[in-house]
Design a protein around this ligand. Structure first.
Ligand code: NAP
Length: 283
């Protein structure tokens, strides 16, 4: 048994001192990990990436070398600035104004992305909204808006990218759900139902498309500091943080790191799972 650490030398581990041995091990491990997490030449669609978690995800995938097609609905200026920021990383990037709540938009978006980028290897269904209130006060419109934007969008986008992914016999679909999809939450019946629905969708897609080498997983973030959570009162925020084992909110990058893992070859035998990124809020 030998370890190569220079092209022209081969030594037995017993000849190496422990610090050198550890160093060689770490370098080799880091190189394998870097290779597995490299997304150069892949194309990712990230929905709702003009800000917050989606923006963090798109940036992380771009830093790993992926070309990025992202969507937004109202933040035109932010989206244009972000598109420019991504392009400076040396990858191809384009923002599309596309309403996730509209079924027909998913088909149109996918066609445009395939035309522009050639393939779709990764889909991240991230676009999401809240219309919180007690069930007694939630009306039909508040229910439909949340279910259409959060859940129907994931169905529509998955259905649209299936064809190019099946043709390529490869793909990774990642649905951004929420811990409240697992636990439920008073004041969020519409939101919790949409996020629980995404978990059922994830498992079913994983079963339907697994034989075509298409994986589908979900990520359930806990309390992440973004514009979505900015609107919460100090008391509500303190109450959330109390229930978190790590005693702090997470960042978009915490979620993005998990997306990178699920998008890459490092997770090639993981499908149909929901990974909680919640600082130990839900166990
Ligand atoms: P955010 O800061 O409110 O950002 C939402 C993003 O989605 C924006 O880019 C927004 O685009 C886009 N969007 C909203 N409606 C859309 C639509 N109809 N079509 C296309 N894009 C749309 O939210 P966030 O906190 O980053 O949350 C991102 C995802 O993580 C959501 O699915 C959310 O449910 C989930 N999540 C968040 C937390 C948290 O603590 N923040 C926890 C668990 C799960 P515009 O800027 O153009 O409006």
């Amino acid at each position: 048994m030998c370890i190569w650490f220079r092209a022209d030398t081969c030594v037995s581990p017993v000849q190496l001192s422990r610090p050198v041995y550890n160093y060689v091990f770490v370098v080799i491990f880091a190189q394998i990990l870097f290779y597995m997490m490299n997304l150069k030449g892949k194309t990712a669609i990230v929905t709702g990436a003009s800000r917050g978690i989606g923006k963090g995800i798109a940036l992380k995938l771009a830093q790993a070398g992926a070309n990025i097609a992202f969507t937004y609905v109202s933040s035109v200026e932010k989206a244009l600035a972000f598109e420019t920021e991504l392009i400076t990383l040396g990858i191809k990037a384009k923002g599309y104004q596309s309403n996730a709540a509209e079924f027909a938009s998913a088909e149109k978006l996918t066609e445009e992305v395939v035309k522009e980028f050639g393939t779709i290897d990764i889909l991240v269904n991230n676009a999401g909204i809240t219309r919180d209130n007690l069930m007694m006060r939630i009306n039909e419109q508040m229910w439909d808006e949340v279910l259409d934007t959060n859940l129907k969008s994931a169905f529509a986008m998955t259905k649209a990218v299936m064809r190019p992914m099946m043709k390529a016999r490869s793909g990774s679909i990642i649905n951004i759900t929420s811990v409240v999809g697992l636990t439920g939450n008073a004041g969020q019946t519409n939101y919790a139902a949409s996020k629980a629905g995404m978990i059922g969708l994830t498992k079913s897609v994983a079963k339907e498309l697994g034989s075509r080498n298409i994986r589908c997983n979900a990520i359930a973030p806990g309390f992440i500091e973004t514009e979505m959570t900015e609107t919460l009162s100090d008391e509500t925020r303190a109450e959330w943080v109390k229930g978190i084992a790590l005693k702090r909110g997470g960042s978009p990058e915490d979620v993005a790191n998990c997306v990178l893992f699920l998008a890459s070859e490092a997770s090639s035998y993981i499908s149909g799972q929901t990974l909680n990124v919640c600082g130990g809020m839900v166990m």
